[in-house]
Design a protein around this ligand. Structure first.
Ligand code: GDP
Ligand code: IMO
Ligand code: MG
Length: 427
């Protein structure tokens, strides 16, 4: 069972980091395949909290080779800050391997991310401001800078100059900002070259050879299905393909190498940044969910928007990724409600929808249709088997499973590595 992908099934922050870390001691390679340090994956090991933005969460398991695939965009400042911080905390981590084809995020991408958001005003996406979108735009525009460019100074200098020529016009004339000096950017990038060199590899080949040798390769998704640039709630999305198929493109493996696709679903719903969210709660119930779940962004610290579980959202992700399993997280955070609403349909201008509508306009106008399930009051954080869960909790899980058309194989009952109930083995 060597190739397994972990994908967020909602709008991010479902607990992908914890699920990845939990599988970690049985994994040989842990690969990030999309996104950059817009992610924030929280892992709690022995009471110590770690937040990975760029590095794969499997890095905390000795014996795992962490890999940043070609589909990732890399801010080298962040890469080395994360590695140095882990070392300073005494964490024993293996050196990551980095694809020579991965693109880099530079200072000018961060600047452009922020000024374009400001320019959009009320229509802003609510990005993390990490320069991820502008770095992917350059990649698709074929003016991006790749990791391998750092090893050829003259090529690097030319590429940075070419990339900045048009941007500087825009920064100065449209955004009223000062121009960025291409030499400064180039010198900064070159300063990483020596440290970077031993990490750089043909990671597609490394991963394929590991799969040939029957090793376990875990592809750790960042962001989520509904933040995918093709399949998400465009334009309120990220600029990459977090979906399972993105693992093939972003790591350089064929689809037949993927054996399992695990969707991570929170027992309720959250979203950071702008965009439609039918079950969002704007009242005290929303505040209560946010408090119970500690729903504040791991990357930006922004309060997350909170709402009830939306079965249509997760069902669409089940279909689009062909999930073989769902890991349901944060069930413990729902303890204490008398009744728990679950969204089973939408009303849009008098029409009932049982699946997510394809039209952006319809989705923006969707009013949730709720089914009300019984809540429970017992603390479930110490439960380690399905049978130990209160009867109402079991009914909640079983109903969700029916609605999302995928078996629930794991349940999170707390943030700690051991705070899970496994119904089916994921590997
Ligand atoms: P990711 O981006 O998908 O990795 O998720 P985040 O780390 O951004 O957010 C998930 C948050 O929920 C983190 O604070 C985790 O420590 C926490 N968490 C994950 N699973 C569980 C769970 O089952 N129960 C509780 N109470 N917290 C969880
Ligand atoms: P993890 O991996 C939640 C959201 C941002 C914004 C939109 C675009 O921790 O689940 P970007 O900076 O990517 O251009 O922002 O996507 N976003 C996330 N929301 N979790 C994430 O990652 C996210 N990464 C990006 O809030 O709405
Ligand atoms: Mg997160």
């Amino acid at each position: 069972m060597p190739g397994i992908v972990i994908v967020g099934s909602q709008w991010g922050d479902e607990g992908k980091g914890k699920a990845t870390d939990q599988l970690g001691d049985r994994v040989d390679l842990c690969v990030r395949y999309s996104g950059g340090n817009n992610a924030g994956h929280t892992i709690i090991v022995g009471g110590e909290k770690y937040v990975m933005h760029l590095l794969p969460s499997g890095i905390l398991n000795p014996g795992v080779t962490p890999i940043l695939g070609n589909g990732v965009v890399i801010d080298l400042d962040v890469l080395y800050t994360e590695l140095d911080e882990l070392a300073a905390r005494g964490a024993e981590v293996s050196h990551p391997l980095i694809s020579a084809n991965a693109h880099v995020i530079t200072e000018f991408h961060r600047t452009i991310d922020k000024v374009t958001e400001r320019f959009l005003g009320k229509a802003k996406i609510g990005t993390t401001g990490r320069g991820v979108g502008p770095a992917y735009s350059d990649k698709v525009n074929r003016i991006g800078i790749r990791i391998q460019d750092l090893f050829d100074e003259s090529i690097l200098r030319r590429k940075v100059e070419a990339s900045l020529e048009q941007k500087n016009h825009m920064l100065v004339k449209v955004y009223n900002r000062r121009a960025i000096d291409p030499d400064e950017v180039t010198d900064k990038l070159l300063s990483f070259a020596d440290r970077l060199r031993p990490h750089v590899a043909d990671t597609s080949r490394v991963i394929n050879e590991a799969l040939d040798a029957d090793k376990v390769v875990l592809f750790e998704g960042a962001q989520a299905h509904h933040l995918d640039v093709d399949h998400g709630t465009y334009p309120y999305v990220t600029s990459s393909n977090p979906v399972a198929a993105g693992a093939c493109v972003g790591a350089g493996v064929g689809p037949t190498r993927i054996d399992r696709v695990v969707g991570i679903a929170k027992a309720y719903t959250t979203r950071v940044g702008s965009g439609p969210f039918p079950t969002e709660l704007f009242d005290a119930d929303g505040d209560r969910l946010r408090e119970a779940g500690g729903e504040f962004g791991a990357t930006t610290g922004r309060p997350r928007r909170c709402g009830w579980f939306d079965a249509l959202v997760v069902e669409a992700a089940t279909r689009g990724n062909a999930f073989t399993d769902i890991f349901l997280t944060k069930l413990d955070c729902l303890t204490g409600w008398e009744q728990i609403p679950v969204c089973v349909g939408y009303e849009v201008n008098g029409t009932r929808h049982d699946v997510m509508p394809y039209s952006q306009t319809d989705f923006h106008h969707a009013t949730p249709v709720y089914e009300y399930l019984d809540g429970w009051t017992e603390d479930i954080s110490e439960c380690r088997s399905f049978e130990e869960l209160p009867a109402a909790t079991q009914r909640y899980v079983n109903r969700l499973q029916e609605l999302i058309s995928c078996r629930i194989s794991g349940i999170g009952v707390g943030p700690g590595r051991e705070q899970s109930i496994m119904l089916h083995d994921l590997l």
